[in-house]
Write a protein that binds this ligand. Structure first.
Ligand code: KG4
Ligand code: ZN
Length: 339
């Protein structure tokens, strides 16, 4: 079964064709990064306008690169939630028209579930596993019992981890997008030049919840308070010191959740799963007997392949979406549906 997956929830205009949920025949990602760069952040109106201009060409290119013809497409899947409303609507309506014309199954996909599923395409893990979703909009630690069965254990109570990377980078003019710039600079920095405070594990009912706003403020507003008194106050040292704490805070919760749940498998997804420190810390867990999976870099950030791959499971299980379904910017459905 060849599924066309479309993703336009933020600043990547992407379409992919995936065969039987595993074989990526094409995965075209047209990024808008350069066009949002002058504003140092994603401008929603610009994003939706660019998706409108690009979507037909991106889908056409995904079909051409797959070596298939339009009539070989057996189903159409599209991200409908959460994300930027205008951007989501472009992909959603295009997908509806495409599926209706071909008269093939049509399925809408939750972006968060797709990120949590992405590693399954390249390195399938048996369920259940500990899922870690780290992106520009979300930080979620969860127990993944099946492709559609997710129990949230902890989330950010304020900023998402990727947002913290992006805001720190913006403040110090380190580059855009911020996560990539910090990751690169940190490689030649001293991670102990500044001893920024990470949020302590919270006691009580929500031990896996996490806060990034305190760390972000400390790095931006109180930098010198945490300086070691000797090291250069260079972009490299700021980046490395921030990244050490940002990743360390997450890993503490991950280790605690693994101990408490007894889970032996871990999967990370989302843009920040591309971070080299996080990837090396997770890989190091293999020595402790854990099975670890994270997507290749192209499948960490937003892409159509993860949408098509996840959709294959729904389609196999007989799930179809209605053409009356609309897009939703919010994660409220996520909170309600995920126990
Ligand atoms: O998953 P994604 O493409 O979009 C959302 O669904 O949010 O994630 C984008 C986020 C941005 O905050 C970006 O700075 C961050 O992922 N990111 C990184 C790295 N690459 C992308 N953060 C840290 N290190 C990286 N190498
Ligand atoms: Zn995303």
């Amino acid at each position: 079964m060849n599924v066309l997956g479309i993703e336009t929830s933020c600043d990547e205009c992407s379409a992919a064709i995936v065969r039987d949920g595993r074989e990526i025949l094409s995965n075209v990602i047209a990024t808008q990064i350069e066009l949002h760069k002058p504003y140092e952040g994603v401008v929603p109106e610009l994003a939706s306008r660019l998706h409108t201009e690009w979507i037909a060409q991106v889908v056409q290119s995904a079909i051409e690169k797959s070596g298939l013809s339009i009539s070989d497409i057996d189903a159409v899947a599209v991200t409908s939630r959460p994300g930027l409303l205008g951007s989501l609507l472009v992909g959603l309506n295009f997908a509806k028209g495409f599926a209706a014309t071909l008269d093939v199954p049509f399925v809408t996909i939750d972006h968060i579930r797709a990120h949590l599923y992405a590693s399954q395409v390249e390195k399938p893990l048996a369920y259940p596993y500990l899922g870690i979703l780290v992106s520009g909009g979300h930080t979620v630690i969860c127990r993944v019992n099946g492709y559609d069965a997710i129990e949230v254990l902890g989330t950010t109570i304020d900023d998402a981890i990727g947002e913290a990377f992006d805001k720190v980078a913006k403040h110090y003019d380190l580059g855009y997008p911020g996560g990539v710039a910090i990751d690169r600079l940190a490689k030649s920095g001293n991670p102990l030049a500044f001893r920024f405070p990470g949020s302590a594990l919270s006691k009580g009912d929500h031990p896996y919840d996490i806060s990034y706003s305190g760390l972000k403020s400390a790095v931006i507003n109180q930098r010198d308070q945490f300086w070691d008194g000797e090291s250069e106050k260079s972009p490299q040292n700021i980046a490395a010191s921030f990244q050490r704490v940002a990743v360390g805070m997450l890993m503490r919760r991950v280790r605690l959740a693994l101990e408490d749940t007894g889970l032996k498998r871990i999967s990370a997804g989302g843009g920040v799963a591309a971070n080299s420190l996080l990837r090396s810390e997770l890989t190091a867990m293999e020595k402790g007997g854990y099975e670890v999976a994270f997507p290749s870099l192209k499948l960490c950030t937003d892409n159509g392949a993860m949408i098509a791959a996840l959709a294959y499971n729904y389609i196999q299980d007989g799930v179809r979406s209605d053409y009356s379904e609309s897009a939703s910017a919010r994660v409220s459905a996520f909170k309600k549906t995920y126990p």
